[in-house]
Design a protein around this ligand. Sequence first.
Ligand SMILES: Cc1cc2nc3c(=O)[nH]c(=O)nc-3n(C[C@H](O)[C@H](O)[C@H](O)COP(=O)(O)OP(=O)(O)OC[C@H]3O[C@@H](n4cnc5c(N)ncnc54)[C@H](O)[C@@H]3O)c2cc1C
Ligand code: SF4
Ligand code: SF4
Length: 1001
Amino acid sequence: MDPQRERIQADLRGLLSGEVFCDDPFTLMYASDASVYQMRPLGVVRPRGLSDVQAVVRYAAEQSIPIHARGAGTGLAGESLGPGLMVDFSRSMRRIVGISGDTVTVQPGVVLGQLNRYLAGFGRQFGPDPATGGVTTMGSVLALDNSGSNWLRHGSARKQVVNMQVVLADSETMEVGCQPVTDDPHRDANPRRRDLVRRLAELIDREQALIKERQPKAWVNRCGYHLYDVLHDDKEHHRELDLARLIVGSEGTLALITQATLRTVPIPKHRGIALLFFDKLESAAIAATDAQSLGLAACDLIDRRILSLARDIDDHYARAIPRDAEAMLIIEQQGEDERDVIDGLQQAIIRWQRRQRLAFGFHMALAPDELDAFRRLTRRVSPTLYRVQGAERPTPFVEDIAVPPQALPDFLVRLQNVLKAHQVTASFFAHAGHGQLHVRPFLNLADPNDARKMQSLADELYEEVFKVGGTISGEHGSGLSRTWFLRKQFGPLYDVFREVKRIFDPHNLFNPGKVIADVPQPITKNLRTFQPNGMLADPTVVLSPVLEEAAAATPDIKPLELYLVWDNKLPATANACNGCGRCRTQSPDARMCPIFRFAPSEEASPRAKANLMRAVVSGQLDPALLAKDELKQIADLCVNCHQCRLECPAAVDIPKLMIEAKAQFVASNGLGTADWVLTRLDSVARWSSRFATVSNWLLHTRWTRWLLEKAIGIAQGRKLPRIASSSFLRRAEKRRLTRPTRRTGGKVLYFVDLYANWYDVELAEALVAVMEHNNIAVYVHPQQLPSGMNRLAVGDVERARDIAARNVRVLAEAVRQGYEIVCTEPTAALCLTHEYTDLLDDDDARLVAAHTHEACTYLWQMHEAGKLELNFQPLNLTLGYHLPCHLRALEVGSPGENLLRLIRGVNVRRIERGCSGMAGTFGLKRENYRASLRAGWGLIRAMRDPAIQFGTTECSACKIQMEQGTAKPTIHPLKILALAYGVMPEIELLLSSRSEELTVT
Ligand SMILES: Cc1cc2nc3c(=O)[nH]c(=O)nc-3n(C[C@H](O)[C@H](O)[C@H](O)COP(=O)(O)OP(=O)(O)OC[C@H]3O[C@@H](n4cnc5c(N)ncnc54)[C@H](O)[C@@H]3O)c2cc1C
Ligand code: SF4
Ligand code: SF4
């Protein structure tokens, strides 16, 4: 850290109770958002409350350091980026203060989705619905005056604000709402506010004509300051100024919002959606001009490119959207009466399809699951674009144009002409009903030609916008990409905005360079363009001359030796993250990062990890830091659950990036004590099974557990499984299963892994019994080793690679002899199918990956082929099923659950509470124990439901968590199958003894 940063960090840590970070990793993690820009702040402050905010503003004012407020950092125009102090409200100021009647009071870091879940308990919601609602913070919703598809119904955020608490640039705090314009202290006791209001009112009064003249004709506008509707007369003809509304939409340039009271609206009882298909984009735009007169709640337009991507990501979309649709309108109607909702949609369909013959088809979505799927579609469209492979990416910089809705059809033609002239393609998504158009040209910003095109494209496109009375931003704000054009849009009115800024913030402390700038930054400055530098010891990476020079100038930086197989794709992987922030979601209907979920700070997010690795491979961060604790602590915030890889719109492989980072650390420092022991569980188990009775007794006595916690860091409170007296591999040998079969027909090699071998031998027996019952011969290769996933997850890559090589050798040979490999442990299946190919760059690893199946998946595929025996005896059981993350990561659906549903009398209840919180051996460690319980609390609580008799899951670690807070056992679905087939009566004994125990308790 340089001396200036060090001093600022020390000063601020002395002044605040919140967190302050000025080190390289933190400032680089916060250097970007979802825009195309990157600017490294001096430091990051995470205030705990109002007094921290005041203190940091006071300090910044004294030191003349700019302040940039930040919520979730998902702005598309670089609104929160800057070189000063970044104040992150999302970490510690996230409290819903209270609800009263039709208003709710929130701190700025409250996430909109979280607020709506809370309000739903009262039958209410916050009306405006930006697509990023799952992650965006209320401070930003207000600072950017956000809106979304439902603008036609609810307008934007400024319509919903009642009052706010703000901190001004001189650190004074004030409540702002609709304020009287007065000098009378009886009407407003706050002299600072009286003065502010009076000066603003004078300015607005004086410039009334200009304000009116330059107001864009588009229905929505997010540019400049909103002056046209904030000054009026109250009922008694006194002048009043709506100060809150003026600050809403000011992008953190006028004041910092520290609390807000907002209006809420009832959740509509009924909703319906209809899709209308068009063979021309313009026809859809013409139809949309009627949206408001038809009383629709939403009317969005989606172009052909996005429709074809949508078809790939969801069956609902694939079934409903015809391949020949050039454009689609997705319309929504809401109301208290179901009939009215349906009638409203039908009216639109009749007008556009039958009367005007604009649409060629339609699809109504009224059933709840379909309705949800299509409501999600509009939120998923932009992120979906990032799945498009190639150097040219959808680039947000002219993505927020709004025009009067009547002008939209004509404007689309003008827009396409400009794009054609630049030989650029683009995707279109529009809230067409209110004229808001999100267009993302496909550009490769690493190519100087494309970077140059940005400027000319924006120049020409915006000329067309101005011609039709539109605005260059309807809902995202000006930020770094549009401030340059504001003077052009507003002409002399820009000087009035400048005066507003001077009245609030005379020293230009708050978010300088946004909205108001003496010399606005050209839109091609501070671009987050990316080139790998010479840190990679990969001769195939070609350096640009500039970076070659930079690498030569820093000879003390050692090349980075990579531990995983990257095939030259590490830079591209790190760079694939577009910063959309979706991985910050805590929504219950997503599985995104379990670690961020219970510790919602930027460094815990998958995005932060991509940003850090990008900084390393581009030379902004010294790779030597990977061997230091500060980066290791951040890497340890990834437990290799793979959920972000699945749910990230750009499919960024964060878990692989983090294994690489951990490997770098382990290569220099070795493993910590707990990791050392937990990666040698196989040896520990072999040794302790020799004295199984004593070991089990010892493992369940308080003092041994105390000792284990103190000596090696295994949490004392964690229930541990019992060790078997003889391993399954030994039993298999006795039963001659370790010899290749001579039978013809189906045959599998059972990859046993650690848990079934030492702790749940019965599970392994169940697999053999179920397979044999289905005439599948089972071979248990005696030389197989546990998968090594526990080693890989902590970065012990070299040893994991040895294990992988030995396993691949025996498994590949078996595959060549006609065996398919089955695993009862989903983690083992994931390791063999996914991780081994990251460790070994050879054909045998790929062969093994292609022939490995999770055991229930294998059986379910047999069922689908009509080959599974269905002679199950009925059972009378209610089971709580948990889908493990690693099974989900295999992308095979829920085969174990499906199999259980084939058994008569078995009632399977899916427990949808996300990750169990165990994450392999993560939840076993003392330092993670509480966090793990918190993450898995929903699941543990669901298991306590008296209606659930037993838990069921495929994963051994999730089983430990499910049994943590209850006496109910959790049983692998295969054991239940074995019981129902009547091939393992001992399981019945187990169940009945537990049932009695349960009844007694
Ligand atoms: C895929 C995608 C889809 C999007 N869809 C929409 C959409 O449908 N509608 C829409 O309106 N936007 C949309 N956006 C833009 C953006 O996500 C939203 O504008 C969102 O509100 C930004 O929230 P944030 O918390 O990430 O803000 P940040 O990016 O962190 O900050 C945004 C601005 O708010 C200011 N700010 C934050 N907190 C405060 C505070 N307490 N006091 C003062 N100023 C503050 C910041 O300084 C900055 O200027 C989308 C973005 C993406 C990536
Ligand atoms: S990791 Fe994926 S979800 Fe997270 S910010 Fe990056 S692109 Fe978005
Ligand atoms: S793999 Fe899991 S723990 Fe790691 S960053 Fe992704 S979601 Fe978070």
